[in-house]
Ligand binder design. Structure first.
Ligand code: ZN
Length: 77
């Protein structure tokens, strides 16, 4: 009885673990790259002139900023 119960618990635990792993795998599928890394557009922060990849930049009225902070400062003045 003792061993059988232990095995059942282990089996259920393993099943949960397997399902959880599967869930995680489905949750974050590999993103297909739209374009190569080399084609990444580099833009300049309007405030500090730092160069950043376009996808990391904050765009506001056609202008690029490296951070929310710089967007705010630039909009103030
Ligand atoms: Zn900046």
């Amino acid at each position: 009885m003792g061993i059988f119960r232990l095995l059942t618990i282990l089996l259920i635990a393993w099943l949960c673990y397997a399902l959880y792993k599967r869930y995680l795998k489905n949750k974050s599928p590999k993103r297909p790259m739209k374009k190569g890394k080399n084609l990444e557009n580099i833009v300049k922060c309007e405030h500090c002139a730092m160069h950043i990849p376009e996808h990391e930049a904050i765009v506001d009225k056609g202008r690029y900023y490296c951070s929310e902070e710089h967007k705010r400062i630039s909009n103030k003045s």
